[in-house]
Design a protein around this ligand. Structure first.
Ligand SMILES: [Zn+2]
Length: 254
């Protein structure tokens, strides 16, 4: 009886892991479709619900849209690969140190999106000039130690400190790190951060932006757009759109 129960449990875990990997594959394609790619740079990770000291992560040398069931790595909170044969990103410590520091975070995304990098270069923080901007109202850290890759435990811990309890952190002149409880939340958050940065830079370039709405108004917007259902609905839409466009492209080739 015990053996049967254990077998069922292990089957459930295997299915759970397959589902998460499948979602990471879709997430990578959505991020690229939304312009978050920079050659093979950028990565996404997700904590294993049944083993919180381990996480799945995209491998080195492939694009975000080339994640497969076979090349996803399993990594521990010290950054060691415990399963998988692909090459590990040297910036693994962004993920391991944030997942270590933030028990409430399960998904970490790091990308190099143009407008967010440009905003980080101004030294100014993100303003609530748009609804995506409001999502990060008083919830965006800034890491200013270096432009270089985050290639050590100490540097990863520095990024985790700069993130603090915020939703995301700008790595000055380098990129963004966005967190979420779910893959949906982190993916949609990454896209919204870039959009918020774009609107702000356009408004500032146009001249003299009018003041933001008052704090209470921005707090309400932040609350309303950060509901888990909102992230899921919008992620699912982007996932359907990626699939649809993939099919259309395949038909054109025929
Ligand atoms: Zn980077």
């Amino acid at each position: 009886m015990r053996r049967v129960r254990e077998m069922l449990k292990s089957n459930r875990e295997k299915q759970l892991h397959r589902d998460i990997k499948q979602q990471l594959i879709v997430a990578g394609k959505v991020l690229v479709a939304e312009g978050q790619d920079d050659f093979t740079r950028g990565h996404i990770s997700f904590r294993l619900p049944d083993n919180p000291d381990l996480f799945f992560m995209k491998a080195h040398s492939i694009g975000l849209d080339e994640i497969t069931m076979q090349n996803i790595l399993t990594i521990d909170l010290e950054g060691n690969v415990v399963a998988g044969a692909a090459r590990r990103h040297s910036e693994v410590y962004i993920h391991s140190e944030i997942l270590k520091a933030r028990a409430d975070v399960n998904c970490v995304i790091h990308t190099h999106p143009t407008y967010s990098v440009a905003l980080s270069a101004t030294g100014r923080t993100l303003k609530g000039y748009s609804q995506p901007g409001a999502l990060f109202f008083e919830s965006l850290g800034i890491y200013t130690d270096t432009i270089n890759l985050i290639r050590s435990h100490a540097m990863g811990a520095g990024v985790a400190r700069a993130l603090g309890s915020n939703r995301a952190v700008l790595l000055k002149n380098h990129g963004v790190v966005v967190t979420g409880k779910t893959i949906e939340e982190a993916v949609v958050g990454t896209i919204m951060l870039e959009n918020g940065a774009m609107v702000q830079l356009l408004a500032e370039a146009a001249g003299d932006p009018a003041p933001e709405f008052p704090r209470a108004d921005l707090e309400k917007a932040r609350h309303d757009i950060s509901q888990p259902e909102q992230f899921k609905i919008n992620f699912d839409y982007l996932a359907r759109r990626v699939k649809r466009r993939g099919k259309q492209a395949a038909n054109r080739v025929k």
